[in-house]
Design a protein around this ligand. Structure first.
Ligand SMILES: Cc1cc2nc3c(=O)[nH]c(=O)nc-3n(C[C@H](O)[C@H](O)[C@H](O)COP(=O)(O)OP(=O)(O)OC[C@H]3O[C@@H](n4cnc5c(N)ncnc54)[C@H](O)[C@@H]3O)c2cc1C
Length: 299
């Protein structure tokens, strides 16, 4: 059994003290949220920060709130809260779905949304779903705050634009236009405790129920060093009616949009085939969700 290296554990009382600490300790410190990634990496000797800064007392990082134009989620909100949120199931069901398949109940009760983003694993469950709805994150340091679209946040496996003195504070979900729907599906070897072999998150916005596609995002996960858009699939869907035939063509293009690697969990050709299947299913389910919502609101 590997032992943890020595470190100081710090628990600032509020955001101001947390930002002061990160500014003074810089690269010697790391944030600890749920600890489900960082402790494992410290035990493996991949990182050995001198200080761990816990955000457990920073109250403003804990809410999941409806705002005038969307939803704001504090970075310390745990994954099980996302999976159980009626607000998310109603407005961004693909995010709630991604949360509900992350790890096991034990992991979901500790892991936070902020940790799942900053850790930047190529197969993490929440980033593709968040990117499919155009989510942004708020980053704070002693010097100020900035907002970054998740599309621009990731630089590669384990690498992001976050600076050593910055804390990810919020995830901002802008209100989706009417007639929007989405879906997230991951394939793993087992039902629980499994990172994705391939995962796809799709979101469509139609001009009206049964209408044409005005906006679409298809995010492919675990098929590149970071989550990617299925660019040519998105392109042929725009301004078209989402017929079964068109969805089939888009799914074939999505397969060509990625260059997965072969590893112990799956071969490259197999992963491509799965991209096709999951793109088809998530798009069809996203369109179904638009039409289902309409039927409900008519009742
Ligand atoms: C058994 C097991 C199964 C798992 N299964 C899955 C799975 O199916 N899907 C999946 O996606 N992941 C899975 N994971 C990985 C892990 O649980 C998630 O990535 C989790 O969301 C990480 O969140 P955390 O709060 O535990 O982060 P931590 O481990 O506390 O931190 C992770 C990284 O993010 C940084 N960080 C955290 N919060 C902030 C912040 N607010 N600002 C700046 N930096 C921050 C930390 O410094 C660290 O570098 C699994 C892990 C285990 C142990």
């Amino acid at each position: 059994m590997l032992l943890l290296p020595k470190f100081d554990y710090l628990e600032p009382e509020n955001m101001r003290s947390a930002l002061e600490l990160m500014a003074s300790l810089k690269s010697n410190a790391k944030i600890i949220a749920g600890g489900t990634d960082i402790i494992v990496n410290m035990k493996k000797g991949i990182i050995s920060p001198k200080h761990l800064v816990s955000l457990v007392k920073v109250k403003e990082l804990f809410g999941l709130e409806q705002r005038k134009k969307g939803i704001v989620i504090g970075s310390h909100v745990i994954v099980s809260e996302l999976a159980e949120s009626n607000l998310l199931w109603k407005n961004y069901s693909l995010i709630a779905k991604a949360a509900s398949v992350l790890g096991s109940p034990l992991v979901r009760n500790r892991a936070t949304i902020g940790g799942n983003i900053v850790t930047a694993r190529p197969a993490a469950d929440l980033p593709p779903a968040l990117m499919a709805v155009g989510a942004k994150v708020e980053l704070k340091s002693k010097k100020g705050r900035r907002e970054v679209a998740l599309d621009e946040f990731f630089l590669g496996p384990g690498k992001t634009v976050i600076r050593p003195d910055e804390i990810l504070t919020k995830i901002i979900l802008n209100e989706l236009p009417p007639f929007s729907g989405g879906d997230y599906i991951k394939l793993g070897h087992r039902k629980a405790l499994e990172i994705a072999i391939v995962a796809v998150a799709s979101r469509v916005t139609l001009d009206k129920p049964q209408g044409i596609i005005k906006n679409v995002r298809i995010m492919l996960s675990a098929v590149a060093p970071q989550v990617i858009h299925a660019v040519s699939a998105e392109k042929i869907l725009m301004n078209e009616k989402p017929t079964d035939k068109l969805i089939e063509r888009a799914a074939t293009l999505a397969m060509q949009d990625c260059r997965p690697i072969s590893d112990i969990r799956g071969g490259a050709e197999y992963r491509k085939e799965i991209v096709k299947v999951l793109t088809k299913r998530t798009l069809a389910n996203a369109v179904k969700e638009v039409n289902r919502k309409k039927v409900k609101s008519e009742r």
